[in-house]
Write a new protein. Structure first.
Length: 221
């Protein structure tokens, strides 16, 4: 028996349980709300979607948690390290949609759309200087699946792309940095800063006053 633990509404949760049951016919997938006390004690594997951490605390014998959600920050709240392994979902469709969103908003800033929107509201037309994409430096914080997909797409559109992660990475078309010195370099050079870092104890507060003050004048987040 595998519990499905989520904060989804009843219909969404049932849709997930049905889909998982079809994909795993040899397993019994049950919504967390239907479990007995004995079933909660016996569960060693759980599938989760943005769960309430208090629900997971009622499953004391978990050894493996599989997340179908993009973020797992709720599993890492507080100082205690979970005593189970966390398996995260890699979803090509999620990477595609996130990279599209990053590109869309980067283009919005790159082509001065906030300024033109204000002009439009005042019925003013004042063309602003054009800056080639190759001269626009975009810094991407976080080079996991979503960060890599976004950095590669930005690079394919001609932007000068830098990326930062805690561990060293090598990505074609992207200047990869790591460590505090690398973070300082990225912040000081970025015209547009994109944050795709996971929310963990290590990243909490990373974009605070100290680091934001290192951005070049006029940089946009």
């Amino acid at each position: 028996m595998i519990p499905f633990v989520s904060s989804l509404n009843a219909q969404e949760e049932q849709d997930w349980v049905s889909a998982l049951s079809s994909a795993l016919p040899s397993e019994s997938i049950k919504p967390f709300s239907t479990l007995s006390k004995q079933q909660k004690q016996a569960a060693e594997i759980a599938i989760i979607a943005n769960p309430n951490p208090d629900d997971l605390k009622q499953l004391p014998n978990l050894v493996w948690v599989h997340s179908v959600w993009a973020g797992v920050e709720k599993l890492l709240q507080g100082n205690a390290t979970p005593n189970y392994s966390i398996v995260r979902l890699i979803d090509p469709e999620l990477s595609r949609t996130m990279s599209e969103a990053v590109l869309a908003w980067s283009l919005y800033l790159h082509r001065n759309m906030p300024d033109y929107r204000m002009q439009q509201a005042k019925a003013v037309w004042n063309p602003l200087p054009y800056v080639p994409a190759s001269e626009r430096k975009i810094g991407v914080l976080g080079l996991g699946e979503l960060g890599q997909a976004s950095a590669k797409l930005l690079s394919s559109f001609g932007f000068s792309v830098m990326g930062w992660s805690r561990s060293a990475k090598d990505i074609a078309g992207v200047e990869c940095l790591n460590g505090q010195d690398g973070l300082d370099d990225l912040l000081s050079q970025s015209d547009i800063l994109v944050c795709l870092l996971p929310q963990t104890p290590e990243t909490e507060g990373l974009l605070g006053h100290e680091n934001l003050s290192k951005l070049k004048p006029g940089a946009q987040l």
